[in-house]
Ligand binder design. Structure first.
Ligand code: NDP
Ligand code: X2W
Length: 343
């Protein structure tokens, strides 16, 4: 399959280039850039060398439709919504990494993203695809890739929520490395502010809250609110989510680890940790894995679940390739054989 990437010079786009360059079933047909069209990718990123170098093309939808089988939008929210429309109109398959097509309700999007939504008729063409729970009965070939925090949280909570084992009061404390904010410099990502520091941001306002609750509700008919906080931590990549939930029935505590193992038995990228063991960030950074561990406190009846991912891979580019593999009928793990460099 021939794939084009728009937004290829961004963090997510560059991870797509790195992964797809080695993918056995995919050829990168073209890379597109708004700000650097006409330059070679290696002029901007010398580490690319000649191995996956290409001249960046402008963002030209007709050319992409003529020369590729699918386009990946690795562009910011608010940009994807505009770029996607012509591909949808011409039925050209899309995987979008942004938040623009994760809801079908324009008002919900505008409330949380504070940007103009794509028209509802476009929103309805997309399927929100968490690849571990891939919906193969898609009407149209348009995939909305989940957000990074949402991926980490949903995989961590899915077994408990699908079985409705927990009380409504779900508390999620999520922490992200700085690449989660994209490549543009901002006050909070300035070295002096970020290094040796930790900052909680968007308290009760984070745009992944409705994305998380939308999926929790779809799985269970319950859990339409969560207490969710996000913090920046001074690492380049990685998301570390700690989730606290109370069991409806204390007698179920003994079967939770087995439940997680059963739910993720056939899922190549979710690794349930040995009973009682919690994962750390480094064991997934650089890979497409989501590692999950849980412990139960008898005194408080609280289950603590820790879920970790690499935001740029499992949270963005790797998950997009996993979705692409499932969409195209390739083995789910094609091109994603990445192990964390542990040092
Ligand atoms: N970073 C992360 O961990 C995650 C990111 N995402 C989502 O993935 C998408 C990409 O994120 P990320 O790579 O971090 O972002 P970056 O800011 O690093 O890169 C975004 C790229 O989009 C391109 N772009 C910006 N404006 C336009 C425009 N008007 N027209 C065309 N292209 C444009 C730019 O490319 P150029 O300069 O070449 O034009 C830029 O390099 C975003 O929607 C983000 O929310 C999702 C999950 C995790
Ligand atoms: C560290 C950091 O700033 N992370 C970003 C994640 C952005 C993202 O992934 O945005 P969408 O998925 O909604 O497009 C944030 O918290 O807004």
């Amino acid at each position: 399959m021939d794939v084009s990437i728009i937004g290829s010079t961004g963090y997510g786009g560059m991870e797509l280039v790195r992964i797809l360059h080695k993918h056995p079933n995919i050829r990168i047909a073209s890379l597109h850039s708004d700000s650097a069209a006409g330059k070679r990718l290696s002029e901007i990123y010398p580490h690319i060398g000649s191995s996956s170098d290409m001249v960046l093309r402008p963002v030209e939808s007709d050319w992409i439709i003529a020369h590729s089988d699918l386009v990946i939008l690795a562009t910011p929210s608010g940009v994807s919504s505009r770029l996607a429309q012509v591909f949808v109109d011409r039925n050209h398959p899309i995987i979008d990494l942004s938040g623009d097509f994760r809801f079908t309700d324009e008002a919900l999007y505008e409330r949380w993203y504070k940007k103009q939504s794509a028209p509802c008729r476009y929103l309805k063409q997309f399927t929100y695809q968490l690849p571990e729970f891939f919906k193969s009965e898609m009407d149209r070939p348009f995939i909305s890739n989940p957000g990074c925090y949402a991926t980490c949280v949903l995989l961590g909570l899915a077994p408990l929520v699908q079985q409705q084992l927990i009380e409504e009061n779900i508390i999620i404390d999520a922490k992200s490395g700085l690449s989660g904010a994209g490549k543009s410099l901002s006050h909070s990502s300035h070295f002096v502010n970020a290094h040796d520091n930790m900052t909680l941001y968007k308290a009760n306002q984070h745009q992944h809250i409705p994305e998380i609750t939308q999926q929790l509700t779809a799985w269970s008919g319950m859990y339409d609110t969560v207490q969710f906080s996000t913090s920046l931590i001074p690492v380049s990549r990685g998301i570390f989510c700690t989730m606290y939930v109370q069991l409806k029935d204390r007698d179920k505590a003994g079967m939770l680890h087995e439940l997680y193992q059963a739910v993720y038995k056939e899922k190549p990228f979710v690794r349930v940790q040995p009973d009682g063991q919690l994962p750390d960030l480094k064991q997934v950074a650089g890979s497409n894995y989501c590692d999950i561990g849980l412990v139960y406190n008898k005194k408080t009846n609280v289950v603590t679940i820790v879920s970790v991912i690499d935001n740029l891979i499992k949270g963005a580019a790797g998950q997009a390739v996993q979705n692409l593999n499932l969409f195209a009928g390739y083995p789910e793990a094609s091109g994603l054989d990445l192990v964390a460099p542990y040092f």
